[in-house]
Design a protein around this ligand. Structure first.
Ligand code: HEM
Length: 490
């Protein structure tokens, strides 16, 4: 009976989606033969170019996995506005060994319950209290960057992973690791394991031959991803244990602060999960999965935004000057004082720069959903069971919404320009029920860190931003790194 049901559903999906344009189908690999042939450095371009060849909506078969690809804001809107299209789909299975059923990869009632529990730990009052840590980390970063002064162009992406790790562990996890100040290689090893794991998992996404778990784990790639996942897991468990011990030493229960209405809300992420576990059925494994998820969501994205912001400002001295003029005005009376959340709210031009960085580099280029219901897009029925790929990168480079899309221009985000655009033409943090929980955290943190560095330094970048080649993992990384020169401002 279930086999018959699956066959019927499969037939129904192919009946509908094969009406869409798409590449030729071959046995075993489906319609992605071209992706299998692509070299690592070309893969992202080949993926993104498919919309140019096949149109705004097309179908592909990853082996026997049906997928429909979209990027137009009108189509994306249908997905993001729905409260029921929240399943993440098949590709996220490849990240389960690492992220488990945590918020990014999980679906269904467990995801809903976790989201409800975790959301209050990103309340704006909590973010305000992180302001101190963001500023302190900004000062550490400035200190760290002194070693690059006058050294010409140096590769910065690897060093910036350390600041990403320090911020998320010290804020959301409440544990101070001090990778940036210390000499331990542990942070870099952890970051490399994450990067390596996601690189391999992404290869599984584009190569249906790696889809079978048993066969994959017999390959060298399978063994390497297992090694990475073990290393990541033991690092995360250590964070949890450290925090548990600290809390036990402090008091038997962590007292939650109360908001203006007397509701208990303001406990940071890991404390809140540990607290919740005391009086509710919540497995250790569930805490571990969420810690993995937030460590990943928090560190890699921060490091990537900082690296790309340096690259963009290093290419555009006129934008850098405007950022610095704004900062000089905010900090006129004392250019070295700590950056506060109130200062960050006044950094309007820097806000536009960060938004344009997230558009231009769009380093989370794809997200996926699985349909649990039929939908209509452009007169086509997309049936239940189909996987959807949403190309945020193409959305953010659509000349219809962003004229000269490969020109870096923060003024695209002036209020008068935003109001003319489709409301779903800018979604670097996704939108709707499954939007990024760390969006406000990320914006405040990144603006604080950039403000600290740019008050002190001028930045130049060796690479022309239009020419950067990317490798695609979960996030887009510059294939040959980014080389930045820092000069102290006089
Ligand atoms: C510039 C930085 C960031 C960008 C561009 C970004 C982007 C995104 C995107 C596009 C998604 C949707 C993923 C999908 O649907 O598959 C997402 C989800 C998520 N992000 Fe972020 N993110 C950033 C920073 C952060 C930070 C700092 C955290 C944690 C502190 C975080 C935590 C999460 C979580 C937990 C989810 C899953 C939410 C859910 O499905 O319920 N992100 N992010």
């Amino acid at each position: 009976q279930p086999v018959l049901k699956r066959q019927n559903s499969f037939r129904r999906i192919s009946y509908y989606i094969d009406r869409l344009p798409g590449d030729r189908w071959y046995p075993l690999v489906g319609s992605v033969a071209q992706l299998l042939r692509a070299k690592r450095q070309d893969l992202f371009q080949v993926l993104a170019d498919r919309h140019r060849r096949l149109g705004p909506i097309f179908r592909s078969w990853y082996g026997s996995l049906p997928m429909v690809h979209i990027y137009k804001p009108e189509h994306v809107e249908v997905i993001f506005k729905s409260n029921t299209i929240t399943s993440k789909g098949l590709f996220y299975r490849f990240f389960m060994m690492w992220l488990g059923q945590g918020l990014i990869s999980g679906s269904g009632p467990r995801w809903r319950a976790h989201r409800k529990i975790i959301t209050p730990s990103f309340h704006f009052k909590i973010l305000d209290s992180y302001g101190e840590i963001f500023a302190e980390k900004g000062a550490c970063l400035v200190n760290y960057l002194r070693k690059f002064e006058g050294k010409g162009f140096v590769e910065i992406t690897e060093d910036l992973t350390k600041i990403g790790l320090d911020v998320i562990t010290e804020t959301a996890m409440g544990v101070r690791l001090g990778f940036l100040e210390g000499s331990s290689a542990e942070g870099l090893e952890y970051a490399k394991a994450i990067i390596n794991f996601s690189r391999i998992a992404y290869r599984r996404c584009v190569n249906p031959l790696y889809g079978n778990d048993f066969l994959f784990h017999c390959t060298a790639l399978g063994r390497e991803s297992e090694r990475c996942s073990k290393l990541i897991g033991s690092f995360n468990r250590r964070i949890i244990q450290t925090r548990k011990k600290q809390l036990e030493a402090q008091s038997p229960t962590v007292e939650a602060e109360k908001d203006e209405l007397g509701r208990r809300i303001k406990v940071s992420f890991l404390d809140m999960l540990l607290n919740y576990q005391r009086s509710n059925p919540f497995a250790d494994e569930e805490i571990e999965e969420e810690v993995s998820t937030f460590m990943f969501g928090g560190f890699d994205t921060t490091s990537a935004t900082l690296s790309y912001a340096f690259a963009a400002l290093g290419n555009h001295p006129e934008c850098l000057k405007k950022v610095q003029a704004e900062l000089d005005e905010i900090f006129t009376e004392n250019p070295s004082r700590k950056v506060t959340p109130q200062d960050v709210a006044r950094m309007e031009y820097l806000d536009r720069v960060v938004k344009e960085v997230l558009r231009f580099f769009c380093f989370v280029p794809y997200i996926f959903r699985q349909l649990d219901e039929d939908i209509e897009l452009d007169g086509f029925t997309i049936p239940t069971g189909t996987n959807l790929s949403i190309c945020l990168y193409n959305l953010h480079h659509d000349p219809h919404h962003y004229p000269e899309p490969f020109r870096f221009d923060p003024d695209r985000f002036l209020p008068e320009n935003c109001s003319k655009r489709h409301p779903y033409a800018y979604v670097p943090f996704s939108a709707g029920a499954r939007n990024c929980l760390g969006q406000k955290f990320a914006m405040r943190n990144i603006k604080t860190l950039l403000a600290c560095v740019l008050r002190k330094y001028n930045v130049k970048c060796l690479e022309r931003v239009e020419d950067i080649k990317y490798t695609i993992e979960i996030v887009l990384r510059p294939l040959n790194g980014l080389h930045v020169a820092l000069e102290r401002r006089t």
